[in-house]
Design a protein around this ligand. Structure first.
Ligand code: SF4
Length: 349
């Protein structure tokens, strides 16, 4: 077994010296990365990370739910689906001024990117003017703008780009083989189509998935294989750990079985493989970070994660508070990446 792993690592899967993104990964190659001895895997991922990024910098993004609940999709993990009784109250689309005020506070708290999320199956043209006002206002604050609004048409993608949208988030959730166990109201191909419209419109893509939903390691490898073989790798690659929500099919299953959604070491492996197969993506710790120890987060940063969501809440699930994150950054000698840093953070460098 050991000999097999060593041969696989040295012959096929060592990171390329020039760290250039590859788009020809095969699923067996991605699976073989998962099988590497843990220390080797983390070392390779950390080497790839250092070749492309300053490992002491972590990007801070903040996500605001601008339209909560009542979604027509049936994603089996989601508290916002109208298909499940989770006790969440559906709300209307927020006013642009309110969103811009929240974005200003996020910027003053150190965020570089502000993401606006709406629980929609797809974007309706009637909502575009208000969204354009939000996007323009957030961008005028000097923040990068991101939105996640469900499926788009090619024309809607162009209109969002014209409004100043930098990034569009549309996750694949999992590999195509497990996808049918997660959602049935939207096909995998529809997700890929929306991503294509976003790329064609000239926006950057934010695309990742969720682990700990009962999928196998092969399913996790298959998700990363999909991402690594897209025409261009996602600019941001969020890896979410399932936060089991009572009332959702996948959340109830985890809560009923009393099992941990995913083993911590397996989570770090997933981060490391994501870093290796998408060497220039911002690999983001997203949902589930609230449940991670400081030590686990440190291992994830070592394995190539270089982006986090901040702000105490991620749509409807909790995140660590600002004080906790500041203390973690101090303990690990990390600093926020790029623009939008607080005066204190800049002065402290
Ligand atoms: S994950 Fe998004 S698309 Fe799916 S039910 Fe929740 S809000 Fe709707």
């Amino acid at each position: 077994m050991t000999r097999f792993k060593r041969r696989a690592m040295t012959q096929t899967h060592a990171p390329q010296a020039n760290n250039a993104p590859r788009h020809d990964w095969t699923l067996p190659q991605v699976e073989a990365l998962f099988e590497l001895p843990f220390m080797e895997l983390v070392f390779q991922a950390a080497s790839v990370h250092r070749a492309g990024f300053d490992p002491s910098e972590v990007q801070l993004s903040q996500l605001l739910s601008v339209k909560t609940g009542g979604c027509a999709e049936n994603c089996g993990y989601c508290s916002q689906s109208a298909h499940f009784k989770t006790g969440l109250k559906a709300e209307k689309l927020m006013d642009a001024d309110e969103v811009i005020a929240r974005a200003r506070a996020a910027r003053d708290g150190g965020a570089q990117r502000f993401c606006m999320g709406a629980a929609w199956r797809e974007l309706k043209d009637r909502d575009l003017p208000r969204l354009a006002a939000m996007i323009g206002g957030v961008k005028a604050l000097g923040l990068e703008t991101c939105a996640t609004l469900g499926m788009l048409t090619a024309d809607q993608a162009k209109q969002l780009k014209d409004a100043g949208l930098d990034y569009y988030n549309h996750n694949l959730d999992t590999g195509p083989e497990y996808y049918g166990d997660v959602v049935s109201t939207r096909t995998y191909q529809e997700r890929l189509d929306t991503l294509a419209y976003v790329r064609d419109a000239g926006m950057s893509t934010c695309c990742g998935g969720i682990v700990g939903m009962g999928e196998t390691r092969r399913d996790r490898a298959s998700l990363l294989h999909q991402l690594a073989t897209l025409p261009s790798h996602p600019d941001s690659l969020p890896i979410n750990g399932l936060v089991p929500v009572s009332g959702t099919p996948l959340g109830d299953k985890i809560l009923r079985d009393g099992a941990k959604a995913i083993d911590s070491i397996e989570f770090v492996r997933t981060i490391a493989v994501a870093r290796i197969v998408c060497p220039r993506s911002m690999v983001r710790l997203s949902a589930g970070r609230d449940d991670m120890s400081r030590e686990l987060q440190a291992l994830c940063f070592l394995a190539g994660a270089n982006s986090i969501f901040v702000g105490g809440k991620l749509l409807t699930t909790p995140l660590p508070g600002q004080d906790e994150d500041s203390a973690l950054f101090q303990a690990l000698d990390l600093r926020p990446m790029g623009v939008g840093r607080t005066a204190e953070a800049v002065a402290a460098e």
